[in-house]
Design a protein around this ligand. Structure first.
Ligand SMILES: [Zn+2]
Length: 408
């Protein structure tokens, strides 16, 4: 489970949503298939929904998920999902007669269970998990159980322990052909992805009509967007979700071991991201803006170098900061206020100076109130509190007692 930040709870009506694990190896699909971004969206959504068995798990541990739900998770229409499943399931041409038979089978079974059916309902009976089981080609092998037991991905700790950094890409290339999957891609392992990134209710930030010029209003007076120029509606389209998941798989949430680089940060060009996902640079830029509007990431543009004539010679990669976990929201603030009250009582019991505790509390209230909803981690808050307490002459023993050097 992971927390839904307060600013997104308006749309995703939950405080927490379940997370999922996705497999990096899907990166190995070749962009030449012309289907890379769609493939990634489809298989990662299925993994998030547990419609494909988890890494190395038995097929029966997966759940049946309707195409309607998979479409909602990707913010696309159900017809789009149907089409994509058809591409993944039967590149070798699963005959339509076969499909008709399968469909008929499901229909008979449903009728035997006493369900009333109209013709149009035929399709809704097909669950993806089941569908992929039965169809031939990719679909069947995509169940990892079809891969030779010895080749099945194994979860190993530590980076070098597996030796071969292309081991997982090779599994897919062996099973589905090197024309579809590149066996030389470094794509071992899987990562936990925040459930909200594939939540059907994650909204799509769009330009407001006042920006498009369809309303003859001054931006400031726009009742729809309140002057921000952005409205949140519908469901974030698939490629935004793919991009966000891709950033996590690339390690954006991890601490950067290289010195001098911030945590929760990736330095990468838009072109590189575009190549890695089989997307267009403009698509990357568009979805970066949307993820920024959702306060999931923040972009720091790279420097542009020009020669004497003013033409561009080089563009530095831009920085992407992952800010989703770094917002000090009301929930965190409430918890922190409770923790602080307890720490105060303990400080009093230990005989710390009452006046100094009073001064510390006033500073605490001010700072907490002014930081709510802004991009700060609790750790940054503690650091700033310690700094302010020191400059206000609060004894360091008391400061240490109120703000222990604890993890968030
Ligand atoms: Zn507006």
């Amino acid at each position: 489970m992971s927390r839904v930040p307060v600013h997104l709870q308006k749309f995703i009506r939950a405080k927490e949503v379940p997370d999922g694990k996705v497999w990096r190896a899907h990166w190995a699909i070749r962009p030449e298939t012309g289907f890379k971004k769609e493939y990634l969206s489809m298989v990662w959504a299925m993994e998030m929904a547990n419609a494909l068995p988890a890494f190395g798990a038995k097929a029966r541990h997966s759940s049946k998920v309707s195409q309607r739900h998979l479409a909602a998770m990707q913010g696309v229409r159900r017809e789009t999902v149907n089409r994509r499943i058809a591409v993944i399931s039967s590149p070798s041409g699963c005959k339509s007669e076969t499909r008709e038979k399968l469909s008929e089978l499901a229909r008979c079974r449903a009728q035997a269970q006493g369900k009333m059916l109209r013709n149009g309902q035929k399709r809704s009976l097909r669950y993806v998990g089941e569908f992929l089981h039965r169809s031939r080609g990719w679909g069947e092998s995509l169940m990892y159980t079809q891969v030779n037991a010895g080749d099945r991905p194994v979860h190993t700790k530590g980076k070098g322990s597996m030796g071969d950094k292309t081991a997982h890409a090779k599994i897919l290339a062996d099973a589905f052909g090197e024309n579809n999957f590149d066996p030389t891609v470094h794509a071992n392992g899987y990562k936990v992805i925040d459930g909200l990134l594939w939540h059907p209710d994650l909204p799509d930030p769009q330009d407001c009509d006042c920006v498009n010029g369809q309303l003859t209003l001054n931006n400031q007076e726009c009742p729809k967007c309140g002057g921000s120029g952005t409205v949140f509606r519908d469901s974030l389209p698939d490629f935004g979700r793919v991009l966000a998941s891709h950033l996590i798989l690339k390690g954006i949430k991890e601490e950067n071991r290289d010195q001098g680089k911030a945590k929760n940060c990736l330095e990468v060009t838009q072109q590189r991201l575009a190549d890695e996902l089989g997307m267009d640079v403009n698509t990357i830029a568009k979805y970066e803006r949307k993820l920024e509007a959702l306060m999931i990431i923040r972009i720091v543009p790279g420097d542009v170098h020009r020669d004497a004539s003013g033409s561009i010679t080089k563009r530095d990669p831009h920085k992407i900061l992952w800010i989703l976990d770094k917002l000090l929201d009301e929930q965190i603030a409430d918890r922190e206020a409770t923790r602080y009250a307890t720490a105060c009582r303990q400080a009093q019991q230990k005989g710390h100076d009452e006046a100094a505790i009073g001064r510390a509390t006033a500073i605490f209230r001010d700072l907490l109130r002014s930081w709510i909803g802004r991009e700060h981690s609790l750790q940054a808050f503690y650091n700033e509190m310690r700094r302010r307490l020191a400059s206000a002459g609060v004894p360091s023993e008391l400061a240490g007692c109120l703000f222990p050097l604890a993890k968030e």
